[in-house]
Design a binder for this molecule. Structure first.
Ligand SMILES: Cc1ncc(COP(=O)(O)O)c(C=O)c1O
Length: 457
């Protein structure tokens, strides 16, 4: 199993950092690790929920330190936990009241009813993804369709489970759109090779590719899964990270409902506190909603969740706060909205600046980051690079990323770690470090590339 976002280049970066070199980590979508501040109100509520009541919500001076809407929300969350607090296990699917918050959020986002009994609160999206893949893959003939390029949790988990990865290409020349004819072709080839294709992964907005699919394009994927009886894993962790004017996030569930396909296709959708504006990766919060699943299958997934007892309670609390902010007439509403707006505005500027900056480097082509937190440029390598990489026993992308790291201190992930079409080269970078750092990084990408081209011409 390989996990490129924490792979060879990152291990080398950590080694260099320990020896005193200054490193700009752009390898992983981990906003707080590169300077993003936590939102104040969710942390206030979380701290109050965690504190014993006598030192928190019931302390006589609590309103001198905390806004009243943080105190009232903390009380509400504590009562949802039945007085047992964040130190006790919860129900295997998570605290019911928090699942109700998630269900209300999904229902209002999609205009489609949502049942809290079909929600699982999970340790990040990762845990939910792992449960569903485990359920789908029981042997080496079982396959799952994943986008190429993809986020490595899919290839890694499939490798671990001994299942087959069935790639479908995203169209780089067409803004990384998912194309139904290429999906049909990949599925047929896999079936011809004896693979029992069970499931399909859609990452929207995309990672590493940053595209935001139209409602029609999401609908095409839902139809494809319904037609072929595939479980649809809807990875929607970047649903709040949409920067491109005229583009909007559409959930797979909404697309299914609008086409009258709700209940006709099994959809497992995932969301997380790690991304969006919260960026609370270390909290390990998230949820999974199961729509259209057979009762027996649901029971198996329930058993998998139960075998882990429950997800972490602070992550469950953060998930509640992500889907339900302070009340609009509350003391914290305007500061919460201001903080969110500042983070979002800065992400949007960085998305544009980094894509424009990379496109201005001769030899680079980079699609816009319409959403998510990454750009995935295609880099034209000089003619001598392939032979030099082969002599070092590695691939060109990794050699390039290591050279970039050693010369500039920027830690990116080689594109090969996500999968890409034969002959393509490049890397993935986040645009999460502060704006001035990213501007400097773009200048260093250029200087390094010029030197690399000269060296291997
Ligand atoms: C597309 C995608 N899915 C899932 C995850 C897992 O996130 P987490 O487990 O922190 O929610 C990530 C993390 O970067 C991601 O990019």
């Amino acid at each position: 199993m390989e996990y490129a976002v924490r792979g060879k280049v990152v291990i080398e970066a950590d080694k260099l950092a320990r020896s005193g070199k200054s490193i700009i980590y752009t390898n992983i979508g981990n906003p707080h690790s590169v300077g993003q501040s936590p939102l104040t109100w969710p942390r206030q509520v979380l701290s109050l929920v965690d504190l014993p009541p006598s030192a928190g919500v019931d302390h006589p001076d609590v309103l001198k330190l905390y806004p009243s809407d943080a105190v009232s929300r903390a009380r509400e969350l504590q009562s949802m936990m039945g007085g047992s607090g964040t130190g006790a296990y919860s129900h295997s699917q998570g605290v019911l009241g928090i699942r109700q918050d998630v269900a209300d959020f999904c229902a209002s986002r999609d205009g489609v009813p949502c049942d809290p009994d079909l929600i699982f609160l999970t340790n990040g999206a990762s845990a939910g993804i792992s449960h569903v893949l485990q359920t789908c893959v029981s042997g080496e003939d079982d396959g799952v369709m994943i986008p190429i390029p993809q986020y490595p949790i899919y290839s890694a988990t499939l490798a671990l489970l001994g299942g087959r990865q069935v790639g479908y290409a995203l169209d780089e020349g067409n803004g990384w759109e998912a194309n139904v004819s290429s999906m049909e072709r990949s599925l047929q080839e896999a079936k011809d090779a004896g693979v029992n294709v069970r499931a399909f992964v859609l990452i929207n907005p995309g990672n590493p590719t940053g595209q935001v699919l139209s409602k029609e394009a999401v609908g095409e994927v839902v139809k494809f899964c319904a037609k072929h009886g595939l479980v649809l894993l809807a990875d929607e962790v970047y649903q709040e990270n949409v920067y491109c004017e005229g583009k909007a996030f559409t959930s797979c569930k909404k697309a299914a409902a609008d086409m009258g396909l709700l209940g006709e296709v099994e959809i497992a959708s995932f969301h997380s506190t790690s991304k969006g504006i919260f960026g609370e990766c270390g909290r390990r919060g998230g949820y999974m909603e199961l729509t259209g699943f057979d009762k027996e299958v649901f029971g198996q997934i329930y058993k998998l969740a139960s075998s882990g007892l429950c997800s972490g309670l602070p992550g469950q609390v953060m998930t509640s706060l992500m889907v339900k902010g302070p009340p609009s007439d509350g003391e914290s509403f305007s500061s919460f909205e201001r903080e969110k707006g500042e983070i979002f505005g800065s992400l949007k500027r960085r998305a544009q600046m980094v894509a424009d900056g990379l496109n201005a480097i001769p030899g680079f082509t980079c699609n816009a980051a319409e959403g998510a937190m990454y750009v995935f440029p295609r880099v034209t390598m000089p003619p001598g690079a392939a032979a030099a990489a082969a002599a070092e026993g590695t691939n060109v992308d990794t050699m390039y990323a290591l050279s970039l790291l050693r010369e500039t201190g920027i830690c990116v992930v080689p594109a090969a770690g996500f999968g890409q079409e034969e002959g393509r080269s490049g890397f993935r970078t986040t645009f999460l470090p502060p704006e001035e750092t990213m501007e400097e990084a773009v200048r260093m990408f250029k200087t390094h590339h010029e030197g690399f081209v000269e060296k291997y011409k």
